[in-house]
Design a protein around this ligand. Structure first.
Ligand SMILES: Nc1ncnc2c1ncn2[C@@H]1O[C@H](COP(=O)(O)OP(=O)(O)O)[C@@H](O)[C@H]1O
Ligand SMILES: [Mg+2]
Length: 218
């Protein structure tokens, strides 16, 4: 091989030299977390001032963990209210991303209320109590589109148990709903609505449906 190359006026060392391997990128918790965020919201920024203020409050309340990094602790929750397409889910994931970007140690789960009910619907082999506990105890829970799914006594009880745990243990929870505040009570029941009104800061998003940029605000 070297001879053939030499006859052709080429240096065999060219063939030997390999492109240097790119140095492996350190996997940051933000990169790992971004992989769990739905692609549509992977660049989301919590640019709403009240959402950003909530993020700051949670970071300030964080307490140092064994490795010296701050972990998320007890804190207030946030209820983002607004009609469809006003950017509620965007703000919620933006808040998760902002929290992760501060380097705070963060275990988080995100689920829509409709998926929560589907996930916990009794079926053979499902340990629904365990699933519920995992979500209830998670340091940060995003519960998206609360009140959007058609409710029943069963969904009301499940929502109550989840919210009540987070209420009692002061676990920061990011909730979104497209129901106006006045309708929340009817949709979720008094027990849930009452706890939410005590445990959450409210952020009202209005404006046009961002999915239909040319339509007037409704
Ligand atoms: N602040 C923002 N900047 C850029 N795009 C946004 C912003 N808020 C929302 N969007 C986009 O608008 C669309 C609707 O937002 P979404 O958060 O899904 O609305 P909602 O949850 O209120 O129904 C999505 O495509 C989202 O990416
Ligand atoms: Mg949404």
């Amino acid at each position: 091989m070297a001879g053939i190359l030499r006859r052709r006026g080429m240096d065999s060392s060219v063939m030997d030299s390999q492109e240097p391997e790119p140095a492996p990128q350190p996997v940051t918790s933000l990169a790992l977390a971004d992989a769990r965020i739905p692609p549509r919201y992977r660049q989301a920024l919590a640019d709403h001032p009240e959402v950003a203020a909530w993020v700051d409050e949670i970071v300030r309340a964080g307490r140092p963990g064994p490795s010296g990094t701050r972990g998320i602790a007890e804190g207030p929750s946030l209820l983002i209210v607004g009609p469809t397409g006003t950017g509620k889910t965007h703000q919620a994931y933006g808040a998760v991303r902002s929290l992760l970007a501060t380097g705070v140690r963060l275990r988080w789960e995100a689920v829509t209320a409709a998926d929560l009910y589907a996930r916990l619907r009794p079926r053979p082999g499902l340990d629904a109590e365990r699933e519920l506990h995992t979500l209830a105890r998670c340091p940060l829970l995003v519960l998206d589109d609360l009140g959007a799914a058609k409710g029943s006594e069963w969904t009301e009880e499940l929502t109550y148990r989840l919210i009540n745990y987070r209420y009692e243990y002061l676990r920061p929870t990011l909730l979104t709903t497209n129901l106006p505040i006045l309708k929340l009570r009817t949709a979720l029941g008094d027990r849930v609505a009452s706890r939410l009104s005590e445990m959450t800061h409210r952020v009202i998003l209005d404006g046009p449906d961002r999915r239909r940029p040319n339509s007037p605000a409704t």
